[in-house]
Design a protein around this ligand. Structure first.
Ligand SMILES: [Zn+2]
Ligand SMILES: [Zn+2]
Length: 388
């Protein structure tokens, strides 16, 4: 069961669509042109279109040739990043400072390809919803889709996602049951001491010395508090203080991000960070303002849906090309908000071993894999919603 011939036939059109979207990148919640493009294609295919979830979200609904109560959702993201594109090819970004550096142009196109094929063939029983969401990068468009009633307006038994993965060969996929991507939280800590003349430290409360101890103590959370077989990351990325050689500043601002795969580890990290910051601050007489922001939950694949997807993928590219042995990524993904509501699975499709990494200004989605991704989506629907 290789690439579907009909999809291979319209590969040139898929490439043209992808280039069009790539050349006109739009960032979080401003995907107006992209949403218009998606809705126009779905309309052409004869698919019922619903607009407006999370602002620019688009959902296409298609019934199979056999009626049925069952329904699934396939999800693609549409947004670009605030990156200055370094590529010089014809389809490079025409919107200065914005770029499809994460391949969401390709994700949107692959799902449109499947929608076109499935609308022509309808070889399934029940309903498939094609979900095109805004603002995957940082802004949690996936959460907004769910809050706006994605699964109450479009009830489904399961939901599926896919992301391209540079470093993974063309023709390969990767999927695992359990955590696939980490949760991502952020924090800001203000250490308020008392400024003083640098030569008279006894007259102040030096927030730099205190904040330095807080940063150092944070290193014990993963190494001393979390279970040795559980994963977590605590990274301080900003340490802002002072602007003179001879002045002890009044305060320090620390910022950074944390990652984990399990809610218990995430809770532990937040709890320990707060205790460490507040107690070290108290020990030295500094005031601590601790703020912790829950952003994306972990992306956790359910077993039955993962096995189903892996079986479909093996049918397309063969058993050896479906990597089941991968480590999950410490990156994060807002598809997690959908997987928190419904069973489902999120797979990686190889973008090529020598391709630039995600978010790199020289990145480009690999057009070669467009029909492969569209074939996966199509076969997944025909398998998950197989006619009896
Ligand atoms: Zn990204
Ligand atoms: Zn992405």
């Amino acid at each position: 069961m290789p690439i579907i011939n009909r999809i291979a036939d319209f590969h040139p059109e898929l490439t043209a669509w992808r280039h069009d979207i790539h050349a006109h990148p739009e960032t979080a919640f401003e995907e107006h042109r992209t949403a218009e493009f998606v809705a126009a294609r779905l309309n052409e295919f004869g698919i019922k279109v619903h607009r407006g979830l999370a602002g620019t979200g688009v959902v296409g609904t298609l019934q199979g040739s056999t009626p049925g109560k069952r329904a699934i959702a396939l999800r693609a993201d549409m947004d670009a990043l605030h990156v200055h594109e370094k590529n010089a090819f014809g389809h490079a970004s025409r919107n200065a400072g914005k770029m499809h550096a994460c391949g969401h142009d390709g994700h949107t196109t692959m799902l449109l390809g499947a929608a076109r094929y499935l609308a022509e063939t309808r070889n399934f029983a029940g309903t498939v919803h094609f979900v095109f969401q805004p603002a995957e990068e940082n802004e949690g468009g996936g959460r907004k889709m769910v809050e706006d009633g994605l699964f109450t307006k479009f009830p489904v038994e399961s939901v599926y996602g896919m992301h391209n993965w540079p470093g993974l060969a063309v023709g390969e996929f990767a999927v695992r049951s359990g955590p696939m991507m980490a949760c991502s939280d952020s924090f800001e800590i203000i250490v308020a001491g008392k400024g003083a003349h640098a030569a008279m430290p006894h007259l102040g409360i030096d927030p730099i010395v205190i904040a330095a101890q807080i940063v150092t103590a944070f290193q014990t959370i993963v190494s001393r508090n979390a279970h040795p077989l559980e994963s977590g990351v605590v990274t301080v990325t900003q340490f802002h203080a002072g602007d003179a050689w001879n002045v002890i500043p009044p305060e320090v601002v620390l910022r950074g991000t944390t990652r984990a795969f399990k809610a218990a580890v995430q809770d532990l990290i937040e709890e320990r960070m707060r205790a460490i910051a507040e107690h070290i601050g108290a020990a030295y007489g500094a005031r601590i303002d601790f703020r912790y922001f829950r952003r994306y939950p972990p992306t956790v694949n359910t077993e039955a849906e993962t096995e189903l997807a892996a079986g479909v993928l093996q049918g397309i590219v063969g058993e050896a090309a479906v990597r089941r042995d991968i480590l999950p990524s410490m990156g994060a993904e807002d598809f997690s908000f959908m997987l928190r509501e419904k069973p489902g699975t999120y797979v990686w499709i190889g973008n090529g071993e020598d391709r630039e990494n995600l978010h790199h200004p020289g990145y480009d989605f690999n057009d070669e894999i467009l029909p492969l991704g569209a074939t996966y989506w199509s076969r997944l629907v025909e398998t998950a919603l197989a006619k009896c």
